[in-house]
Design a protein around this ligand. Structure first.
Ligand code: TXA
Ligand code: MG
Length: 332
């Protein structure tokens, strides 16, 4: 299959490009599109056949459910049960990087939910995503547009690298703004449960709806099926250090002649072959996945990554770095 890449305006997307891409979605095809978090790999959420193509293109385990993207708040009512608390969260955070796990309506295909009784829904804050959903007239199921086991793509180039020849169209509106994926919140129980930290912070959620539970067993054993799988596994080891922690003792960093690639906010404590630094934790989140792709390509033997403080979007950055370092191996 030939993949067509169309540049599209991120504020006022060109109508002809959107209608072409929407036609592909309506015919059961795949379109990679930008959201405010990362690029998504979209298909008609109500067509089992179209959804199956997403799993094939990504090489994704079929029991890992997908997020259904809607173009307006009310569209969520047709996909599942929206209670008062969910409505409040939608009013506060949609469009935006918050995914709500609610009880699914019967018409949502098992291919989307992984056979669960729940469905994940979100309204993205990106004009291209909204135009595509509205243009196709159907909700769009979309995981991140990477091959399974690769970092989520924050640029169209990264999508092409992973999925070239596997999707009909890639819509290119430049780099995404948030950089880490949406926060996934299960709102089916008495108290909301944080299944995946992301673009909306735990502090913001707590201010809005009161106490939020960590996922059973902590974020690292989350009830979100996706967290069972090994995520991004770089070809070189990743060593993690909190700010101010001792750096030099890890044997992977001390071998003579070792070439270190560094990413973090403070200056590298060791001589690095390549060093990527961010001035703010928001910047760290925005640039994290493309930094990891770049460091992996740099020819270094090991990646040294600084964990940001555990607040705001720092929680999501820490979570993604931990997964990259292989903390989740026991669950894969
Ligand atoms: O920002 C994002 O969320 C991006 C953009 C494209 O919207 N999408 C994304 O999708 O990150 P994906 O498939 O890479 O991650 C979705 C996560 C997975 O961990 C999955 O297991 C979880 O959401 N999930 C989906 N449906 C679920 C459900 N019914 N119950 C629990 N977890 C669910
Ligand atoms: Mg993903």
């Amino acid at each position: 299959m030939r993949t067509e890449v169309f540049a599209v305006d991120g504020v006022e997307p060109e109508k002809d490009v959107i209608s072409r891409a929407a036609g592909v979605i309506r015919r059961g095809g795949l379109v990679a599109f930008p959201t405010e978090t990362v690029y998504g790999l979209g298909a008609d959420a109500l067509s089992p056949k179209a959804v199956r193509r997403i799993f094939e293109a990504k090489g994704r385990p079929v029991d890992n459910p997908l997020i259904v993207h809607v173009g307006e708040r009310d569209a969520a009512d047709r996909l599942g049960q929206v209670d008062e608390r969910s409505r409040r969260l939608m009013d506060l955070f949609w469009p935006g990087p918050l995914t709500l796990v609610i009880r699914a309506a019967r018409e949502v295909p098992a291919e989307v939910t992984g056979g669960l009784a729940t469905v994940a829904v979100r309204m993205p804050a990106h004009p291209v995503a909204i135009a595509l959903i509205k243009g196709s007239g159907i909700p769009i199921a979309a995981p991140s547009a990477n091959r399974s086991g690769r970092p989520s793509p924050t640029t169209a180039e990264a999508v092409l690298e992973d999925l070239g020849g596997r999707v009909e169209i890639i819509l290119d509106a430049g780099p995404t703004v948030v950089g880490v994926e949406s926060t996934v919140l299960d709102v089916t129980g008495d108290l909301p449960v944080l299944l995946r930290p992301g673009g909306v912070s735990l502090e913001e959620l707590t201010r809005a709806v009161g106490p939020v539970l960590p996922s059973p067993g902590g974020i690292h054993d989350a009830g979100s099926p996706g967290t069972r799988y090994r995520h991004y596994a770089p070809s070189i080891p990743v060593v993690l250090r909190g700010p101010g922690e001792e750096w030099a003792k890890d044997p992977r960093l001390c071998r003579s002649g070792v070439r270190i690639a560094y990413v973090g906010m403070s200056p590298s404590p060791v001589v690095a072959l390549i060093e990527i630094r961010f001035g703010t934790v928001e910047g760290y989140a925005t640039g994290l996945f493309s930094a990891l792709r770049e460091l992996e390509r740099s020819g270094a033997d090991v990646i040294l990554a600084e964990l940001p403080a555990e607040e705001g979007v720092g929680l999501a950055v820490r979570d993604r770095l931990r997964r990259a370092a292989g903390d989740r191996d026991r669950n894969s």
